[in-house]
Each structure stands twice: as C-alpha cells, then as structure tokens.
Design a protein around this ligand. Structure first.
Ligand SMILES: C[S@@+](CC[C@H](N)C(=O)[O-])C[C@H]1O[C@@H](n2cnc3c(N)ncnc32)[C@H](O)[C@@H]1O
Length: 244
C-alpha cells in the first residue's frame, strides 16, 4: 500500500475499489458531514487522504475552508479537477505516516479508509498525524473497515460451502485466506480485493480514540451492497469523536 499502489488505484478509482462516497447504501457518511456543516458552516476542515476527491466538494460546500491532502499525485490531480471552481480548497501532497502536515489543526477532520495500511508502525504514525490534526474541541469523522464484518463474511462463506455439500473441514479450509498468517488474523489484517488491509473491532476503535484523548460520540455502520452471500451486507465503521 505504497504511493505506487495508490497512484494505480486512483487512475480508475471507482472500478478498482469500493468507494465510500458512491457505495454507502444509506448515504450515512454524507448525512453526517452535512449535519456537521449545518452546525459549523464557517469551520476549517481537513480531508485527510482525500484520494480522487469524492468527498472534497461536499466538504467545500458544507464548511468555510478545506485543506485536502493525500500522498498520491494522481489522486490529488483528480481531486483538484473535481474541485475546479471552488475557491475554498487547498491541496497538499503529504505522507501521513511521515510528514508534518503543512496546515494548522482543524475544527473538523474527515478521514475515510486511509488508516488501513497493514504495517503497524506506518499505521500508528498515520494515526498520530490524523489525531493531532484535530484542534482541541474539534471533531473527527473516521471511516475504517470493520473486522466484525469480515468475520461475518467468513462465517457466511462456511455456511454456503456447507449448503453446497462440502464437509466441515473442507468448508473451513475453502473459507480461510491462504495468504493470511496467524499474526495477520489476530491483528485484523484481511485481504480486500487481494490486498492486505487493516480491519478494526468496534471496541478497538473506542479504545484507540480514548487513549488519544478523544471522546467517542457514536460508532455506526456504513452499509454496502452484498456480494452474493445470503442476506448479509458488508459494513465499515463510521466513528464520530471529539478531541478533549
Ligand atoms: C481508499 S482511498 C480513500 C480516499 C477518500 N478518502 C475517499 O473516501 O474517497 C485511501 C486514500 O488514502 C491515501 N493514503 C494512503 N496512505 C496514505 C499516507 N500515508 N499519506 C497520505 N495519503 C495516504 C491514498 O493515496 C488514497 O487516496
């Protein structure tokens, strides 16, 4: 999940990966952004890991000023084109795992499916950047993959193999990712579209934010269309938290 990987994904964003903006079945993420914008319309906000800028125009139209950043030049180029005509967006090329961000902490930070890198030290450094970019009293709206959702897909896969007539051990074997190590499974590193991606437990998110001096206001599901399994839907976690 380095810059080259994300540059490649950003070339064809919506066909390459699930897009929170386009695939959120209930539009809950847009709704939470609009609610925050209605309450704090002149606030300074950040789109941390803006990618191709799916959410950036909504943020620009809902708040006073937006700092949008990403390390992918391809993503930033597309985000800039999408925001042409909007005078309140500043773009920055930064690596959240490495760089000091070139703007002041903001009143509202949005960070959707960015803190997903499989390498623990890079991920923790990105967490530090994201959390410290929220001003005290400011809000963080975070979207991350759900480990509970991935577990439910595993459960459902076993059920469907059993109903296809496989025996128990075969159903389990066919449902386990071949490339996953024991450490991956314990850390919530599952494959998404063949790429190792950090997934989070609801309680883990709560704990991670609390030790970083955030008060968690809500943790909700962002539901996505199913991919052929029973009545199951996949979901990400949408976390709303305030920095103390
Ligand atoms: C799944 S995309 C999400 C894009 C956008 N937030 C959205 O929801 O449409 C993840 C984005 O995070 C960016 N990203 C990943 N690691 C990063 C890092 N260390 N520093 C800056 N951006 C990063 C990628 O370049 C990519 O654009």
């Amino acid at each position: 999940m380095d810059i080259d990987y994300w540059d490649k994904i950003c070339k064809n964003y919506c066909s390459e990966i699930l897009s929170v903006y386009d695939d959120d079945l209930q539009g809950i993420v847009k709704q939470r952004i609009k609610e925050a914008g209605a309450a704090f319309s002149s606030a300074r906000v950040a789109d941390l890991g803006c990618g191709v800028g799916r959410f950036t125009p909504l943020l620009a139209n809902s708040f006073g000023e937006v700092d949008a950043c990403d390390f992918s030049i391809v993503g930033l180029g597309k985000a800039k084109r999408r925001c042409r005509g909007l005078g309140n967006v500043n773009f920055h090329q930064v690596d959240l795992s490495r760089d000091v961000l070139p703007f002041e902490p903001v009143d509202f930070a949005f960070c959707a499916n960015v803190l997903i890198m499989p390498t623990l030290d890079k991920r923790l450094r990105a967490w530090r950047s994201v959390c410290s970019q929220v001003a005290r009293g400011g809000s963080l709206l975070l979207v991350v993959p759900s480990m509970e959702s991935a577990q439910m897909e595993f459960y459902d896969s076993i059920e469907s193999h059993l109903s296809d007539g496989y025996g128990c051990s075969e159903a389990v074997r066919l449902s386990i990712e071949e490339k996953a190590t024991t450490a991956d499974l314990r850390l919530g590193i599952y494959q998404l579209d063949g790429v190792k991606t950090k997934h989070y437990l609801r309680e883990e998110l709560k704990q991670m934010l609390e030790v970083r001096e955030f008060e968690v206001k809500s943790i909700e599901k962002v539901k996505y269309p199913t991919e052929g399994y029973g009545n199951l839907f996949r979901w990400d976690w949408l976390v709303s938290a305030v920095r103390k």
